[in-house]
Design a protein around this ligand. Structure first.
Ligand SMILES: *Cc1c(COP(=O)(O)O)cnc(C)c1O
Length: 367
């Protein structure tokens, strides 16, 4: 114990820092970054133009309430703009929500393989992250409800979840909501909603609109291909927006990000192309890896979780090394309690084909 120097609040030094996906492969000429679920098609060209235009006026503060961006989002989804809050990526907003609703001694529940930003934000507020076990790498409503105590203030659910790619159908999300006490906030993180092609899926707009304790979180980092700009938003009941607007950074969305976001959300052609591209290649990669005898968790998002055999030398660590040497950079998911799996973002056609060929070679199933 070092006495005479500033000490962070209890719990902060117990947090394992978030480790972003690798972006380099030393000594390799061409690197395919498949480690952070970024869009292989990139952003809409209109978003890039809007970004550049605002870049000519960097001396001006942005509009602190991101009015034009909230209006654009509201138009696109048919929402009330006064119930939208934007931020510097979902991670900014996850921290904002935690800071607004958690204090020392509180608890917040998330699922076993849930997004790691949740326990980081929860612990950072002095609260206790409580883990609910999953079934078949999928969030389990009964398990989540069984973890709720009088100390529980928030339940975080990524739907679809990262890194598993699995999802809960809307009837299960409704059952989860119905089982929660009305003073527990249910945060539905729908970062990958646009990719989901399932009739029984809903991102959560209806639940937010019809209750006082549900918040839906979205991002511009995935389908809109704007991860570098840091842009996210949520839709929440008025009383939650009122509380969180009081403590958010007054200029937490930069002007270039806002302009790019408005252009991106208006380019439905680009969104459609990105969705179609993902649908095609998600299916292709899943099928080809299955042919190699690899187990792939069925994903509805823009990435897959690949499970490796227990055979010595054929595990996830060795596969990661083998792929990295070929410039194919994936995400190890040990920190998500998945030691023998790799998460792969669906990449360009070239990247996807190279991964399948490389894994074929790795497994000794030479062409
Ligand atoms: C990628 C991702 C986000 C988006 O994070 P940003 O901070 O907006 O880039 C949010 N939630 C989950 C589960 C994700 O995987």
């Amino acid at each position: 114990m070092t006495a005479k120097r500033p000490q962070p609040r209890p719990g902060v030094l117990d947090i394992a820092p978030y480790v972003p996906g690798k972006s380099t492969a030393p000594g390799v000429a061409k690197v395919f970054k498949l480690s952070s679920n970024e869009s292989p098609l990139g952003p809409s060209p209109r978003a890039v133009d809007a970004y550049k235009t605002v870049g000519l006026h960097l001396e001006d503060y942005p509009d602190g309430s991101a009015t034009d961006l909230r209006d654009a989002i509201a138009r696109a989804y048919g929402l009330d703009p006064s119930r939208i809050i934007c931020g510097a990526g979902s991670d900014d907003l996850i921290n904002l929500i935690a800071r607004g609703y958690l204090q020392d001694g509180d608890e917040a529940v998330y699922s076993r393989h849930g997004f790691l930003m949740y326990p980081i934000a929860i612990t950072g507020c002095g609260a206790k992250p409580v883990v609910a076990e999953e079934k078949d790498l999928t969030a389990d409503v009964d398990s989540i409800l069984s973890k709720v105590t009088p100390k529980t203030k928030i339940v975080f659910l990524a739907n679809p979840n990262n890194p598993t790619g699995t999802y809960l159908p809307f009837n299960e999300v409704k059952r989860l909501h119905a089982g929660l006490p009305p003073d527990v906030l249910l945060v539905l993180d729908a970062a990958y909603a646009e990719y989901v092609r399932r009739n029984d899926y809903e991102a959560g707009i209806e639940l937010v609109a019809t209750s006082e304790n549900v918040l839906m979180l979205r991002t511009f980092s995935k389908i809109h291909g704007l991860a570098a700009l840091r842009l996210g938003w949520f839709y929440a009941p008025a009383h939650i927006c009122d509380a969180l607007n009081r403590i958010r950074g007054p200029f937490n969305v930069s002007a270039p990000a806002s302009a790019a976001g408005i252009a991106a959300i208006g380019d439905s052609g680009h969104i459609e192309r990105s969705i179609a591209f993902n649908g095609e290649w998600l299916a292709w990669v899943t099928k080809e890896l299955a042919k190699l005898g690899l187990k792939v968790t069925p994903s509805v998002a823009n990435f897959i979780l690949i499970h490796f055999p227990d055979t010595p030398g054929k595990g996830a660590a060795e596969a990661d090394e083998f792929l990295t040497k070929r410039g194919l950079v994936m995400r190890r998911v040990k920190a998500y309690h998945l030691p023998n799996a790799l998460r792969m973002s669906i990449g360009t056609e070239e990247a996807n084909r190279l991964v399948v060929a490389a894994l074929k070679e790795f497994l000794g199933k030479a062409a």
